[in-house]
Design a protein around this ligand. Structure first.
Ligand code: ZN
Length: 177
């Protein structure tokens, strides 16, 4: 969503009108169908669809075990496919429909992709029932890293820590994102 201010100073929303609940439900059913079908296909029970202007841009299904890729979540797969299809690295103006509430990885991917909107069906507690860590990871992110019982995260500042950003900021031909 973006807000612009008109010449007389009144804030005007430029947000694209939200589709009806029926339209949202139709796209969610598409995502849920992809998720269910993916189980028989050897993947995890997750599916996602990226939609722009009422048109399907790309779909994604969980491929973690099939592709030996722990980041191959349905939403990430859909975002990658949508970017390839659209020839861009941002999906602003688009909506991602997903069979289940995005995990922290996927929610961050949605933010990085600048999606306008995310709509999900099942939630993190449903995912827990399936044996998935979505809820546990959300809980973890709410805690101090020093208390984490998995994947220790350590910071070690080096004198050259800032050099990559210095190089980036002085690189005139960089592509901001
Ligand atoms: Zn995920």
């Amino acid at each position: 969503m973006s807000i612009v201010v008109d010449p007389v100073g009144a804030a005007v929303s430029t947000e694209v009108p939200r589709p009806s609940a029926e339209v949202d439900a139709r796209w969610l059913r598409r995502a849920v169908g992809l998720a269910t079908a993916n189980v028989a296909d050897g993947g995890g029970p997750f599916g996602a669809v990226v939609v722009a202007g009422g048109v399907e841009v790309a779909v994604g299904q969980n491929r973690v075990t099939r592709d030996l890729d722990p980041t191959a979540h349905a939403e990430v797969q859909a975002i990658r496919a949508a970017c390839r299809a659209a020839g861009t690295f941002t999906l602003d103006g688009m909506t991602l429909y997903t069979s289940c509430e995005p995990c922290p990885l996927c929610l961050a991917a949605c933010l990085w992709a600048r999606l306008d909107r995310v709509v999900f069906s099942a939630d993190r507690h449903d995912a827990s029932r399936g044996g998935f860590d979505d809820s546990a990871f959300y809980e973890l992110f709410g805690r101090d890293r020093g208390t984490w019982d998995r994947t220790r995260v350590d910071e070690l500042r080096l004198p050259e820590s800032a050099l990559p950003f210095d190089a980036w900021l002085t690189h005139a031909a960089r592509t901001d994102y």
